[in-house]
Design a binder for this molecule. Structure first.
Ligand SMILES: NC(=O)c1ccc[n+]([C@@H]2O[C@H](COP(=O)([O-])OP(=O)(O)OC[C@H]3O[C@@H](n4cnc5c(N)ncnc54)[C@H](O)[C@@H]3O)[C@@H](O)[C@H]2O)c1
Length: 369
């Protein structure tokens, strides 16, 4: 499948590597508002022997019948418009998170994709990682009995500490909820199934942030979205989740990323933002009490960001549903935005969407990769 990449910023490198090495995706075009970034991405692909793409405008990419799929890794507020343009031009789309920034936009994109017979998929794809898949398999086979509760915690000091251009992280479309919280939500939803009700609180602890990366050291950013969010999630299967996501934890912390509790045991999950990491199972009847690492058997455990786009191509080849589907991303977005709504109104919010869980991963998506 021939692929055009739009947005050649910080996250482009893992995408180029995963696409280039997959053997299923052929990088044919790169585009960015800043032409030198598109040219740089093309050079990177050529230098690594991953293909010979052209640098072009987005319009040119969409007019090119040789481009089958667009990978959209621009900033969040550009996602909706660029995804819509690509679907209307008859391309399959794989987008970085979030899919877009409102539920109405998400529903519209899903409708356009369906009408045009194109696939719409979205990050995070880290749930295709081996540790996450092992957790899911253990829970499905009853290793912790009946799941009853879960804790999700994804928090840190924020991207003003490491990103070259961190402004967008503090604007609508990002914040910890849509930047990192979506990893936790996707991880738990793909294991436990959809969420049906949420209640939340949120705050902006620091109304102004200071850029700490070298190029713009000391510059100030105005914060426009909540940077600390705490929520209670009721999953459809009855599990009650406690969820915290934050850019305001300046002193570090000592909490695990996620744990799922069941009638007979507990699983401590790996980092939802990575493909590696080993889940640990603690059983009530285990005399050792220290728990044991779960065996990893399928899914990817290296640096495989972008594997969701490979899965999209593989799903077309094999006639099955893609795993990192637009429906899943739209549900995660609805849960995230409903937590904001609950925080603003002081009321619980019922979730309307209810996607199927994606299929478990096979050992490999593509032979040799
Ligand atoms: N940086 C990370 O660690 C990271 C990790 C995972 C996911 N992401 C996600 O990846 C996406 C991009 O993040 P990033 O860190 O690479 O951002 P970035 O700011 O470094 O790069 C974004 C690029 O998109 C380009 N762009 C913006 N609007 C455009 C448009 N209309 N047409 C063409 N190009 C356009 C910008 O010029 C820029 O080069 C975001 O959705 C982010 O949430 C980032």
């Amino acid at each position: 499948m021939n692929v055009g990449i739009v947005g050649c910023g910080m996250i482009r490198a893992p995408y180029l590597r995963t696409c280039g090495r997959s053997g299923l995706l052929n990088l044919v075009a790169c585009s960015d508002l800043l032409e030198e970034r598109a040219l740089g991405a093309c050079r990177e692909v050529q230098d690594n022997g991953w293909g010979n793409p052209k640098a072009c405008s987005y319009e040119e990419m969409l007019q090119d019948d040789g481009v089958d799929m667009v990978i959209n890794i621009t900033n969040p507020t550009a996602h909706y418009r660029l995804n819509k343009m690509a679907l209307e031009a008859g391309k399959h789309v794989y987008c970085e998170k979030p899919l877009c920034v409102t539920i109405e936009e998400a529903n519209e994109l899903l409708q356009i994709a369906e009408k045009n017979g194109k696939l719409l998929c979205c990050a995070p794809d880290t749930f295709l990682g081996a540790g996450h898949q092992a957790t899911r398999a253990a829970i499905d086979s009853g290793d912790i009995g009946e799941p009853t509760a879960a804790v999700l915690f994804f928090a840190g000091g924020g991207p003003d500490g490491y990103h070259e251009y961190p402004d967008f992280f503090f604007q609508p479309g990002a914040g910890p909820m849509l930047d990192i919280g979506v990893y936790s939500l996707t991880q738990l939803i793909t294991i436990l199934g959809p969420v049906e009700d949420v209640a939340g609180h949120s705050k902006i602890t620091f109304p102004e942030r200071t850029v700490l990366s070298s190029k713009r050291f000391g510059q100030k950013i105005k914060v426009e979205v909540p940077t600390h969010v705490s929520a209670s999630l009721l999953f459809k299967n009855g599990v009650i989740g406690t969820f915290v996501t934050s850019f305001d934890i300046k002193g570090g912390h000592n909490l695990p990323h996620a744990e799922i509790y069941g009638t007979e045991g507990t699983i401590s999950l790996p980092d939802p933002n990575q493909f590696n990491g080993k889940p640990r199972l603690f059983r009530a009847d285990d005399p050792e009490k220290g728990g044991r690492e779960l065996k990893l058997s399928c899914g990817y455990s290296g640096k495989n960001r972008g594997i969701g786009a490979v899965d999209l191509a593989a799903s077309l080849k094999n006639g099955r549903r893609p795993r990192a589907s637009g429906e899943l991303a739209a549900h995660v977005l609805e849960v995230a935005l409903s937590i904001y709504e609950s925080a603003d109104t002081g009321r619980h919010v019922r979730i309307q969407s209810s996607p199927q869980r994606p299929e478990p991963m096979p050992e490999r998506l593509v032979e040799d990769f």
